[in-house]
Design a protein around this ligand. Structure first.
Ligand SMILES: Nc1nc2c(ncn2[C@@H]2O[C@H](COP(=O)(O)OP(=O)(O)O)[C@@H](O)[C@H]2O)c(=O)[nH]1
Ligand SMILES: [Mg+2]
Length: 215
């Protein structure tokens, strides 16, 4: 089976737990001391099963919003983008609404109706072990996820709750999209190419429109 790359990006304010979530999923470890993430840190994992053969590449970001040129690289070809907040920090959800989600919309085709768009969007509320300090209710998280059409979950990297099954679910969604695309491409390659050309031209028209309106 062909090896497909799946690029996974975690976004959100610093200290919401992005690095800890990745480390929990990949290595089943947790570090309670905060260590600032090295910008553009990549970690990998291969998943093989009867349905797919995937190389997951995790992009652990660290406040890169300040470097715009880098941020474009982060979104380019991303397959799973997970917006992350922590339930004990209201500001971390607000920043997702005001800033990070806008970045995703501006830098990806997520809002368009492109048929073969291989992008899954997630929203995760971390640190559920700090329920006594809760500032964001589950309902609030869920309703934002619904608004932006993201897959929602709560988790605790510390207590290893809700992490594995959430990643498995998102990866499964991605793999399904990829398999549909692959089988369509194999069985109807001429038609597939037509679709891609059509979608590209729709996209470039949208881009031109946007450009002209902002002038
Ligand atoms: N209580 C609790 N603390 C967490 C959890 N996940 C991360 N942390 C702590 O939050 C801080 C920031 O985590 P980190 O993963 O470095 O955040 P990042 O800046 O988003 O990558 C660290 O001190 C972690 O130990 C969690 O699920 N529960
Ligand atoms: Mg980090």
């Amino acid at each position: 089976m062909e090896l497909n790359i799946c690029k996974i990006v975690l976004l959100g304010e610093s200290e919401v737990g992005k690095t800890c979530i990745i480390n929990r999923y990949l290595y089943n470890t947790f570090n309670s001391n905060y260590q600032p993430t090295i910008p553009l840190n990549h970690k990998e994992k291969i998943i093989n099963n009867e349905n797919f053969n995937l190389k997951l590449i995790f992009w652990d970001t660290a406040g890169q919003e300040r470097f715009n040129a880098v941020s474009k690289m982060i979104y380019k070809n991303a397959n799973i983008i997970i917006l992350t907040y922590s339930i004990n920090d209201r500001k971390s959800l607000e920043k997702l609404k005001e800033f990070w989600y806008q970045e995703v919309s501006d830098n990806t085709d997520y809002q368009s109706k492109i048929l073969f768009l291989l992008l899954v969007l997630g929203l995760i509320g971390n640190k559920t072990d700090l329920m006594d300090k809760e500032e964001v209710s589950e309902l609030e998280g869920r309703s934002f996820a619904k608004e932006i059409k993201a897959e929602f979950s709560l988790c605790s990297a510390k207590e290893n709750i809700g992490i594995n099954e959430y990643f498995e679910y998102l990866i499964q969604l991605y793999a399904e999209k990829k398999n549909i695309q692959n089988s369509f491409r194999n069985s109807n390659s001429a038609l597939f190419n037509d679709f891609v050309v059509l979608e590209k031209s729709i996209k470039s028209n949208e881009y031109k429109k946007k450009k002209c309106c902002s002038n």
